[in-house]
Design a protein around this ligand. Structure first.
Ligand SMILES: Cc1cc2nc3c(=O)[nH]c(=O)nc-3n(C[C@H](O)[C@H](O)[C@H](O)COP(=O)(O)O)c2cc1C
Length: 397
């Protein structure tokens, strides 16, 4: 199954494997990919994966996590063109490239939030004056459209309007307490996401894919998140309504995720190790992700879906992918941390070589690097990141 091709409109996906968006925090000050960023993407180009979903790319400077987050502008466009041209050459022109557009919101270098969230702010307080004004929010669809237009020019096949993991568009979905056009009722809370999707759809050629990495539920108790009840269990009523609206606005591919990695990281990326003891076992998280995908497939059978949260399956990841694809849980299967650990995994699967398998051990070091303000990569198998991780710990960061 994983080896079968897939089609969305005119775009042919050579196989069902997607390398998921994984923020590298390794870009240059102007947002363009550095040599280190390019090294990661060239490994993806040579991997045989059908799709490479580029990491979170900010639509404006103030929406960046810092000055190493990716950002596509007129100034950085040349570097993106160059990288994509090299990737297309290395992959034989048979890969699909999707760019994830984001506004980092609460995680921006200077936080820009949708509303004050007592649950998140108990851990990480946000000073007053950081709530985005309606005027500011209203200016964002044009910025998403501009980035999407540039993405089309530099050679991407699709653009992702990211709404997940607590970033600005996702946070607005639970802005029950806002009193302007972006808060309160469902129509207001979903307004900006849908406006951005419509703006992007009309800015790019009709054969390009508009996707969304969608946080179907934040899995925190209502009213602190989207798509949940007061106990933090998933309530599908609003996510279902939102997906219908996203399809109407032009979304043709959903990459499913849940949770907020800054609050409940075990929910979107179950792991074995890391400094935080999760309140549930990893298998519970894996099953939740499958249940969510099954639910969406049942409600929207013809909507192409990418499944997430696969790396915990470790050496069984290909077998589990085959099972999920065969059972129709998702149409494409996304590898996140496994990409960083073992970029050759698909080639080895095809050739049955597996000379030196490097299965992700879900130790969370890639996240620790990112949170430490370092470029993020696999600190278990990649010597460069191994050293960086050791230095970071020596320096007590
Ligand atoms: C270091 C790191 C960076 C990430 N960056 C992004 C990102 O830029 N955009 C995004 O949508 N998800 C991001 N994620 C989430 C992954 O795409 C993925 O959903 C998650 O790791 C679970 O999949 P896995 O089990 O295959 O790793 C990131 C995860 C990690 C660990």
């Amino acid at each position: 199954m994983i080896d079968q091709s897939y089609r969305i409109g005119d775009r042919i996906f050579e196989n069902r494997l997607v390398f998921q968006p994984m923020e590298s925090r390794s870009c240059l000050a102007d947002g363009s990919p550095s040599e280190l960023t390019a090294r990661k993407y060239m490994k993806a180009a040579e991997s045989g994966a059908g799709t490479v979903w580029f990491e979170a790319c900010a639509v404006c400077p103030e929406g960046r996590t810092g000055d190493t987050q990716m950002m596509l502008t007129e100034n950085s466009a040349g570097a993106f063109s160059e990288l994509l041209a090299k990737m297309k050459k290395a992959s034989g022109g048979r890969q699909i490239y999707i760019l994830q557009l984001t506004h980092s919101g609460r995680q921006s270098a200077e936080p820009i939030i949708a509303y004050h969230n007592a649950l998140y702010e108990a851990k990480k307080p946000v000073p007053p004056g950081c709530v985005a004004t309606g005027g500011y929010l209203g200016s964002l669809p044009a910025l998403y459209a501009k980035s999407a237009r540039l993405a089309a020019e530099v050679g991407f096949d699709g653009v992702d309007v990211k709404s997940c993991h607590g970033y600005l568009l996702q946070e607005l979905l639970s802005a029950y307490s806002r009193e302007d056009d972006y808060g309160g009722c469902f129509e207001n809370r979903t307004r900006l996401l849908l406006d951005c999707v419509r703006a992007v759809r009309s800015a790019i050629p009709s054969d390009m894919i508009v996707a969304s990495r969608l946080g179907v539920s934040d899995v925190v108790p209502y009213p602190y998140g989207f798509g949940t009840d007061a106990d933090g269990n998933i309530d599908y009523a609003e996510p279902d309504a939102l997906i219908s609206e996203l399809i109407r606005a032009g979304v043709g591919l959903i990459n499913v995720t849940v949770g907020n990695p800054y609050y409940n990281p075990h929910v979107n990326r179950p792991f074995r190790k890391g400094g935080y003891i999760p309140p549930e076992g990893p298998r519970t998280g894996l099953q939740r992700l499958i249940t969510v995908q099954n639910h969406i497939k049942e409600k929207f059978p013809s909507l192409p879906l990418v499944g997430s949260g696969m790396s915990y399956y470790g050496k069984d990841i290909i077998e589990k992918s085959q099972e999920l694809l065969r059972d129709g849980v998702c149409d494409l299967v996304g590898f996140g941390r496994m990409w960083l650990a073992y970029p050759e995994i698909y080639r080895d699967h095809l050739s049955k070589a597996q000379t030196r398998p490097k299965y992700c051990v879900t130790c969370s070091r890639c996240t620790e690097l990112m949170r430490g303000g370092m470029p993020s990569g696999c600190a278990v198998y990649d010597e460069y990141y191994k050293e960086l991780y050791a230095k970071m710990n020596e320096n007590g960061r």
